[in-house]
Design a protein around this ligand. Structure first.
Ligand SMILES: Nc1ncnc2c1ncn2[C@@H]1O[C@H](COP(=O)(O)OP(=O)(O)O)[C@@H](O)[C@H]1O
Ligand SMILES: [Mg+2]
Length: 568
């Protein structure tokens, strides 16, 4: 039986010691792009002189709030690569909603500190289809390019600009609205959708560009495999390059598929056939015929490609082989997390040297890069005043020590803003308390960090599950394993979880915090959430197979004992 301190209150963690990885991160990151065979010259080497032929030095970002050296602007008003379903593209603040959804921003939940995550529903749309390009609905999800909400929705916000009078001089109600709006815009700026401005990643961008120029634009079939941990900017970067080159790629039939949305690996074939406009070409052999018959070059981007990993690996193998078939007109770009997907999953490919894809690896972001990404977002909305630079640095240091994941760094800062906002609201509700705007500083970030990473935040073991999250996973598993319904309302899940905590004498969290834990589990790819108006009606389902839960939790004893005991 596990014993733990009460976890009703998240633990405040302050930096005591430097993470061992921080120093190493301060050296410039490296990016590799190499064909597997070193004897063949790499067609995508960076033009600069390189210390190692196959390595590309990432330009270290300059520091400071306006570290613009490494910034690249993504062209606006063009469609985006779909984000994967498990990745949050929005939150209760509507920060990542598509422009067409902005008319009705979701209501803010009063007590929840977490943002119930929205899923990217515009999956698997051919990104560069001209029809889509013309559609005003598909504008990019950037805070700066979005149509402004109607004035009534702005709550009389005086733009949050530095020129606005000091809040102490305003009437309390106006001051509250001004603060609310400030929080709102900062939360929006800290979104995790495809960014308006892509910082650093110049080497990776130019590598992808070279691939497209040398291969796709030259009608020379080839494949590129992009790897890197979650949140290292793979999708964002490719998206930016595709947008940059959309004129050049006009003649090329571009299809982008996020494989996370597929029900099974074989479902890729009918979907691809549909996207290519093939009639009745629903099998891999028919697709093969199509891709080797006359027609324009096809650029196929498969994001989250590891989802196509089937037992026999036949799907991945088939697809990686396509570009190398005689008369093929396919250029393939596969994206996934694993560095060695092509080695590990495709041993058969290794036997065919000509079929080996070129490789491009995205290293985790360094502390400086993460801090620059967050700072840049804040600068966009003059929100630097709301987040202490030391808090941003603290977050960047912790996240770079664990994963170098920009999505996580942005999420953590956004949640810390939500914490302060919620505290402010509570203060405002109490007539005796002062309604002075507080800033997000290290304690708030530390609190979110400890929630996200649990007690082992500073260890080098990587991410592990805090007990509360483990218990929630177990409860959901218990609720779904026997019943037909795989989607459980949060209210029900929380009820069972509270009983389990009581039974095991573990402190439990309230429903609001429970939702925030579910959101964290969603960002880990374990839960899927379907948000409802009322938190308790939010539908929660498991995104991984029962047999994989044990692997994910890395706590067989706890899982075993809870599952054996059954529903509490
Ligand atoms: N270099 C960057 N500059 C600005 N924002 C970034 C950068 N890299 C990542 N992000 C932010 O983090 C989010 C997650 O990145 P993404 O490209 O989806 O990661 P991956 O595909 O590697 O999992 C992006 O949508 C973006 O908001
Ligand atoms: Mg991605």
């Amino acid at each position: 039986m596990p014993s733990t301190r009460s976890q009703a209150q998240p633990i405040l963690k302050f930096p005591r010691r430097k993470s061992s990885r921080v120093d190493s991160k301060s050296t410039p990151s490296k990016s590799t792009l190499q064909p597997k065979e070193t004897q063949s010259p790499c067609p995508m080497e960076a033009p600069k002189q390189q210390p190692l032929p196959e390595r590309i030095q990432l330009t270290p970002l300059s520091h400071g709030p306006m570290a613009l050296k490494g910034i690249t602007l993504c062209p606006r008003l063009t469609p985006r690569i779909p984000l994967s379903p498990r990745k949050r593209t929005g939150d209760e603040n509507g920060c990542n909603l598509s422009a067409n959804l902005l008319g009705s921003p979701p209501k803010q939940s009063r007590l929840n500190l977490a943002s119930p995550r929205k899923l990217g529903f515009d999956e698997n749309s051919p990104v560069l289809s001209p029809r889509r390009l013309l559609s005003p609905k598909r504008q990019p999800l950037s805070p700066t390019s979005r149509p402004r909400p109607s004035p009534s929705r702005l709550h009389e916000t005086p733009s949050g600009s530095p020129s606005c009078p000091r809040s102490e001089k305003k009437a309390p109600v106006v001051r509250l609205f001004a603060e609310k709006s400030k929080f709102h815009s900062v939360k929006q700026a800290l979104h995790t959708a495809v960014p308006e401005r892509l910082l650093s990643r110049e080497a990776e961008r130019s590598s992808i560009r070279s691939f497209l120029e040398d291969k796709a634009l030259n009608a020379s079939p080839a494949s590129l495999y992009i790897s890197g941990a979650p949140g290292t900017g793979k999708t964002a970067c490719l998206n930016c390059v595709l947008q940059d080159m959309k004129d050049e790629l006009k003649e090329i039939q571009t299809v982008v598929i996020n494989c996370m949305a597929l029900r099974s690996s074989h479902a890729i074939f009918p979907l691809l056939a549909e996207k290519l406009g093939a009639s009745g070409g629903h099998t891999d052999t028919k697709l093969q015929k199509l891709l080797t018959s006359t027609g324009p070059t096809v650029l196929l981007v498969l994001d989250e490609m590891d989802q196509l990993d089937s037992k026999a690996q036949d799907v991945l193998y088939t697809i990686f082989e396509w570009p190398y078939l005689p008369k093929s007109r396919l250029c393939l770009i596969g994206i996934a997390n694993a560095l060695d997907l092509t080695d590990r999953i495709l041993p058969r490919l290794q036997a065919l040297p000509r079929c080996r894809p070129q490789l491009l690896h995205f290293p985790p972001y360094s502390r400086q890069e993460l801090a620059a990404i967050v700072q840049d977002r804040l600068t966009q909305v003059s929100g630097e005043g709301l987040l202490d630079p030391s808090a941003v640095q603290f977050c960047a240091r912790k996240v770079s020590a664990v994963s170098g994941d920009a999505r996580k760094a942005l999420d953590i800062c956004r949640r810390a803003v939500e914490l302060v906002e919620s505290d402010n609201r509570k203060k405002a509700a109490s007539p005796t308390a002062e309604t002075k705007a507080s800033r997000v500083s290290i304690p708030q970030v530390a609190r979110v960090l400890s929630e996200v990473y649990g007690d082992r935040m500073s260890s080098s073991e990587g991410e592990s599950f805090p007990l509360q999250q483990k218990l929630l996973v177990c409860c959901l598993l218990l609720l779904t394993r026997n019943g037909k319904n795989k989607e459980i309302p949060l209210g029900k899940l929380h009820e069972v979880y509270s009983r389990l905590c009581a039974q095991r004498q573990v402190g439990s969290v309230g429903q609001g915090e429970c939702l925030s834990l579910c959101s964290l589990l969603e960002s880990r790819g374990i839960f899927a959430l379907k948000k409802a108006k009322e938190a308790r009606l939010t539908k929660v389902s498991l995104k991984i197979e029962e047999r994989d839960v044990e692997n994910a939790l890395k706590d067989r004893t706890l899982l075993g004992s809870i599952l054996t005991a059954g529903l509490p």
